[in-house]
Every structure is written in structure tokens, then in C-alpha cells.
Design a protein around this ligand. Sequence first.
Ligand SMILES: Cc1cc2nc3c(=O)[nH]c(=O)nc-3n(C[C@H](O)[C@H](O)[C@H](O)COP(=O)(O)O)c2cc1C
Length: 145
Amino acid sequence: MNILIAYATYSGNTKEAAELIADCLEEAGHAVGFHWIGGEPVPDVSGYDALILGSFTWAEGSVPEEVKDFILDVGYKPPNTFIFGTGDTQFGLFCRAAVKLARFYESPLPPLKIEQSPRGGQEEAVREWTHHVVERLVCGSAIAD
Ligand SMILES: Cc1cc2nc3c(=O)[nH]c(=O)nc-3n(C[C@H](O)[C@H](O)[C@H](O)COP(=O)(O)O)c2cc1C
């Protein structure tokens, strides 16, 4: 499958998570497109079998403006959209942007929530979540459930 990972980041945590997810997908034999939201022209999302969208959470649980712009620029809701996010429990409303985005896209899986950097202890959770994404896509049940 051909999968687009689009991510927004300020300080790099969400990019690290995106890279880890990309590694897992490539290990499983999938092609991965990589898009830095707000930093590059928006790609043609319709050319991919699935979209994996990653965002940090901003002030009081909000979705960053560049992610909202990305959604508007894409212009439609790709059916197979999976969400991951990084956040910080100290702020409260932990990873609320990811929760909002998963609801918006009616994502087939609950969003992956990562505390700051995914490196170290949270890598396994990232791998497991990515495995579930692949299962959904390969079994073709991503839309049906
Ligand atoms: C001003 C500010 C507000 C934040 N608000 C929240 C929040 O409401 N909820 C949350 O989970 N994390 C919040 N965070 C934490 C970031 O989402 C977290 O550090 C994230 O990993 C940053 O991602 P990045 O390194 O990809 O930019 C906030 C961080 C800053 C600087």
C-alpha cells in the first residue's frame, strides 16, 4: 500500500513519531510518503491508499492552525485516515488535538497519544498502533467498522 504520513511539529516530537511510524510501515513492506504540514506544499492526498495524520496539541487542547489549514487545503475527508498525536500531560487536555481530529475524520482506530518524544519507553506503543493500522488496511475493514 501507498500511505501518506502528514505531521505538524514545532519542537520535533511529532516528527520523531512520524519517522517511527514510517519505519514500521516500511518494515511491513509499504511505501510511505512524508509531508511536513506548514513546511511544504500540500501533496495530492487522493494518490494514497491511506492518510496518517499527526499533530501536537496547542494551547488549551487546541488543534494547531497549520493543521486546520491542511485540512481545508486537502478539501475532503479521506476515508482511511488514522491519527496520532504528541502532547504533555502537565498541560491537561492531553493530546486533545488528536482526539478532535480522530472524531472529525471518523477514524477507524482510536488516536495514538504520545507523551512528548516517542523514543524509549513509548516506541512499543507506536509499533503496536502502527501494526493495528496495517491490519485494518490490509483486511479492508478500515471503512466497514
Ligand atoms: C504553549 C503550549 C501549549 C500546550 N498545550 C498542550 C495541551 O493543551 N495539551 C497537551 O497535551 N499538550 C500541550 N502542549 C505540549 C505539546 O503538545 C507537546 O510538547 C508536543 O509534544 C510538542 O510537539 P512537537 O515537538 O512536535 O512540536 C503544549 C505546549 C506548549 C508549548
